[in-house]
Design a protein around this ligand. Sequence first.
Ligand code: IMP
Length: 172
Amino acid sequence: MAVDVFVSEEKIQKRVVELAEQINRDYAGKELMIVGILNGAFMFCADLIRHIKVPVQLEFMSASSYGDGTESSGNVKINMDVKKEMTGKHVLLIEDIVDTGLTLSSLMHLLEKRNPASLKLCSLLYKPARIKHQVKIDYLAFEIEDHFVIGYGLDYAGAYRELPYIGIYKND
Ligand code: IMP
């Protein structure tokens, strides 16, 4: 098995700073509830939050999609929920990758019902070739082609999350 570096550590860190600056401008004067989606977004979330200048309340949640994927809502299982109330808060979800969009479109529908003051999405990666459920990504680090990627939080069968770069997994 081989891993090709797809997005280098330097490129990721540069983009993380750019996104954080954009978020700082957009939320100036406000308080932010950042919700990292586990497990994949842990590293992206940890790097991003270090550059956020507005007051932050940090939460995590874990969700998995199920079913045949033909419905854009209602088929998401919350494995771990946020502990704090979202009502009236400016909530920013941090995700690793929007692939088919099923998980995030379902999750956004569900969280809207908790009446946050605003609900936005920040994703490390987006694969437009695979999208089936449209999701509005407010902050995106990288749009990528249809590769299975690992590293920087993303896994293959639970492994490779620790890599500081995004790689392409090759079975050879
Ligand atoms: P979606 O519901 O199809 O958008 O799936 C999103 C989830 O699938 C992500 O949060 C990842 O956990 C996983 N996933 C999708 N594509 C990849 C990939 O290329 N590498 C690693 N995990 C992926």
